[in-house]
Ligand binder design. Structure first.
Ligand code: PFF
Length: 447
């Protein structure tokens, strides 16, 4: 078998992982969850969740990937536990499932870029969303988005993913800052920032029971955990990177982009006097509520193209990481050239995504399963494996290259074994309750 690729530089790995983390979860869900859950109070909960659940869980995936240098399924066998391959398989399945409808949303974004050029949605945003979000046009747009994703992954780690994300991630940051400056001139800007960032303790206290699982779920999704992405990406990492430091950089960058997204979105919403409720965060939030305000901005069409252009780049750099999970598995196991594998996986994704593209009700159905069941279950199983089954090896691996941060490894292990485990168990229990026992949705899912 030909030699397995690695990232050419550490920055290459970091940018690819940040590209994966920064996606629709940040640009759209984070601001809305914040706004509807007590503003800055939610940000505080979220930061804690990122620190004590997301960050340690990310390191767990890193350790598995770098230790074994293979795909997310075979990694378990390499760690000496063949039966646990099933858990890797489940994480890969979860990712595949999620990507099937993420591509559909990617297709919507493409349509909105075109729609911005013509100002097509300014007059009737809800009508435009209805027209492009389902049916044959949505299928076509899904296929185009997926084609771009397959095209990048087909080139491999160095020439495909690394080169692409090196351009994409800095572009996201620069363009977001430009958008933030653009909306700062709006009359509702001050009010928007206040709404987004000032704590409402009343809301927070009244809803603490649901805010905590929200925060945990958000931390998990936005960091691309439980889908085998971080196992796969870290399997291409060189020997002595400091994983703790790298994880910290990824987590902080991801959070900053989420906050930047709120700084862009809320001035627009408050200027047009949009009512912000939990419903606004559901399907079509970005596409209806926010897009409704674009028409009032100076150079509205240019703004629309740039805004949805950023969303497209973020969605693409996340989707490629998820396609790479499946392709890495196939590439490690079958002697078939990568472009064929990427194409075959793309075809499978296209078919699985057809119901979601045809009718948004299916998209919500797929998303509910992923968000309420598959993600927390997959995360939980990974946590049990790394924390309890191979804990000592995991600590050894984390220590490698960790420089001064090595002593942090034991704290990490116990945080994983206890805090992450309990948080994910709780999230899963709530998901099961919501899905099967008919309680009110405690989460609102990203789509
Ligand atoms: N962190 C990503 C996001 O916030 O959008 C999660 C993700 C979803 C990654 C879907 C990849 C993907 F295909």
């Amino acid at each position: 078998m030909s030699e397995r690729e690695t990232w050419t530089t550490r920055v290459g790995f970091l940018l690819a992982a940040i590209g994966s983390a920064v996606g629709l979860g940040n640009l759209w869900q984070f601001p809305f969850k914040t706004a509807t859950n007590g503003g800055a109070a939610f940000v505080a909960f979220y930061l804690v969740a990122v620190l004590v659940v997301g960050f340690p869980a990310m390191l767990a995936e890193f350790v598995l990937g770098r230790r074994t240098n293979v795909n997310a399924v075979d990694a378990f066998e390499e760690m000496g536990h063949r039966n646990w391959r099933l858990v890797g398989g489940f994480a890969v399945f979860t990712g595949f499932w999620i990507l099937s409808y993420y591509n559909v949303v990617g297709g919507w974004v493409l349509r909105y870029i075109l729609g911005s050029v013509r100002g097509a949605y300014f007059g009737d945003p809800a009508g435009y969303f209805g027209a492009v979000s389902s049916g044959p046009e949505a299928v076509l747009a899904q296929a185009i988005f997926l084609g771009i994703v397959v095209g990048i992954v087909a080139f491999g780690i160095e020439d495909g993913i690394e080169k692409a994300t090196k351009v994409m991630v800095p572009s996201i940051v620069v363009l977001m800052i430009a958008l933030a400056a653009w909306v700062a001139t709006l009359p509702g800007a001050g009010e928007g920032y206040a709404f987004f960032l000032s704590p409402d303790l009343g809301t927070m206290v009244a809803n603490a029971g649901s805010i905590i699982p929200f925060a945990v779920g958000q931390a998990f999704f936005t960091l691309s955990l439980g889908m085998a992405i971080m196992i796969t990406y870290s399997s291409y990492v060189g020997e002595d990177d400091n994983l703790i430091f790298d994880g910290g950089v990824i987590v902080v960058s991801n959070t900053l982009v989420g906050i930047l997204a709120g700084i862009v979105v809320f001035p627009i919403l408050l200027t047009i006097g949009a009512e912000i409720t939990t419903q606004t965060g559901g399907a079509g939030a970005l596409f209806v509520a926010t897009a409704a305000g674009f028409g009032t901005l100076p150079y509205s069409r240019v703004f629309g193209v740039v805004f949805f252009g950023v969303v497209l780049i973020a969605a693409l750099s996340s989707a490629i990481s998820l396609l790479e999970v499946t392709v890495a598995y196939a590439n490690d196991n079958y002697g078939v050239p990568r472009p064929y594998l990427a194409g075959a996986a793309g075809l499978g994704l296209f078919v699985l995504g057809l119901p979601s593209a045809w009718d948004t009700a299916w998209l919500t159905w797929f998303d509910n399963f992923a968000y309420q069941l598959f993600l927390p279950l997959s995360g939980l199983l990974l946590t049990v494996f790394v924390g309890w089954i191979v804990g000592r090896d995991a600590v050894d691996e984390l220590r490698r290259g960790a420089d001064g941060l090595g002593s942090f490894s034991d704290v990490w292990l116990w945080t994983l074994r206890l805090v992450v485990l309990v948080a994910l168990l709780g999230t899963l229990a709530l998901g099961v309750q919501t899905m099967f026992l008919g309680s009110d949705a405690a989460f609102f899912a990203p789509f």
